[in-house]
Design a protein around this ligand. Structure first.
Ligand code: FES
Ligand SMILES: [Fe+2]
Length: 356
């Protein structure tokens, strides 16, 4: 089974960071649906509407479309929509055609992320949105960004589920020889759609990413515990500490440096994915120098992946259908993720029975 290309529609996807959604119109494309986002003046909640005016399909995220209170006024001929997508004004006549509306989408704003549901709205359960509380919890400092990549989202899933590539693609930043050399353990919760991949290194070189930010000068213990909530949310729980420094018996861990690396993998369109990335730490939280170092360093690492995946997608396009791959132990997590995604895609395709 090659990397995943089809979309699982009945799922929550991160469409923006909270700070990106305000009184300026923001355009995004998720699962091939063009969206316009803004924040309601009245109650502060994000609004997500289809980004095409029903009149002549003008993109509502583009100027001179503007907000009038909580209404959005198309910049071409003035069709005006409320937050539910209903058209409330057309120019030159009193009667607004009954069919004049744009789709509005279920939204959840949580942990500084704006999640959207593209599939059947009747199935959208806000409780099902996975948590990433460290992104805006007290005691944590986060740097973040988003890079679109011209590749199928399945290639980014493959990439993140197998961190052995850190040694080769990210050498000099976060990769050291021990990452690729240390075997992984994988656990799969098929029902919940969660894949866990762990790699624990007892005596490893400290990569510059951690050496320069934590001040550790010698060798380290390094734990990487991945928790992938298919399809969108990827959490990497990272702990580094000088060799021999273990958590206390009571579970506290004053000698360890904990970093939560978060990705949201949002399929934008065929062959295009939004790579939302964030690095949160519970150490040196007020140190602006560390913040800027991690922002720059992680951005470089993300761009190394972006470059590699753009290239990989282009080269896969020249392969014949049914091309062969050769998977090994490091791919166990990625293959489990492909299996779960295939199931979620299939479930989303089935006609859904509505409970009335
Ligand atoms: S295209 Fe929007 S009003 Fe004409
Ligand atoms: Fe990477």
């Amino acid at each position: 089974m090659p990397h995943t290309t089809a979309f699982a529609r009945n799922q929550w996807y991160v469409t923006a960071y909270s700070h990106e959604v305000g009184r300026e119109l923001l355009g995004r494309t998720v699962l091939g649906e063009t969206l316009v986002l803004y924040r309601s003046e009245q109650d502060g909640t994000p609004v997500v509407l289809h980004d095409r005016c029903v009149h002549r399909r003008y993109p509502l995220s583009e100027a001179p479309t503007r907000l009038d209170g909580d209404r959005i006024v198309c910049g071409y001929h003035g069709f005006t929509y409320d937050t539910t997508g209903a058209c409330v004004y057309v120019p030159g006549q009193k009667r607004v055609p009954r069919t004049a509306r744009v789709a509005s989408y279920p939204v959840v704003e949580q942990d500084s992320l704006v999640w959207v549901w593209i599939g059947d709205p009747a199935l959208a359960d806000p409780q099902a949105v996975p948590r990433a509380a460290h992104l805006d919890a007290p005691g944590w400092t986060t740097v973040r960004g988003m890079e679109p990549i011209d590749c199928d989202y399945g290639l980014l899933v493959d990439n993140l589920l197998d961190l052995s590539h850190e040694t080769y693609l990210h050498g000099g930043y976060i990769g050291t020889p021990e990452v690729a050399e240390t075997p992984i353990t994988t656990e799969v919760d098929e029902g919940a759609g969660i894949v866990r991949v762990s790699r624990h290194m007892d005596d490893a070189e400290c990569p510059p990413f951690y050496a320069e930010s934590t001040g550790i000068s010698g060798r380290i213990m390094r734990r990487q515990d991945i928790e992938y909530h298919a399809p969108c949310l990827y959490l990497l729980h990272s702990r580094v500490a000088p060799v021999g420094v273990l958590p206390e018996a009571d579970g506290s861990d004053p000698g360890g440096f904990h970093t939560e690396i978060t990705y949201a993998i949002t399929p934008s369109a065929e062959g295009r994915v939004y790579d939302f990335w964030a690095v949160s730490r519970d150490w040196a939280t007020d140190d602006a120098g560390v913040t800027e170092f991690l922002r720059g360093n992680n951005h470089t690492v993300v761009m190394q992946d972006v470059t590699a995946l753009n290239l990989l997608q282009r080269s896969l396009r020249t392969e014949p259908d049914g091309y062969q791959e050769l998977s090994i132990n490091i791919d166990t997590g990625g293959l489990a993720a492909r299996r779960i995604l295939a199931r979620l895609v299939e479930e989303g395709d089935k006609p859904v029975e509505k409970v009335l």
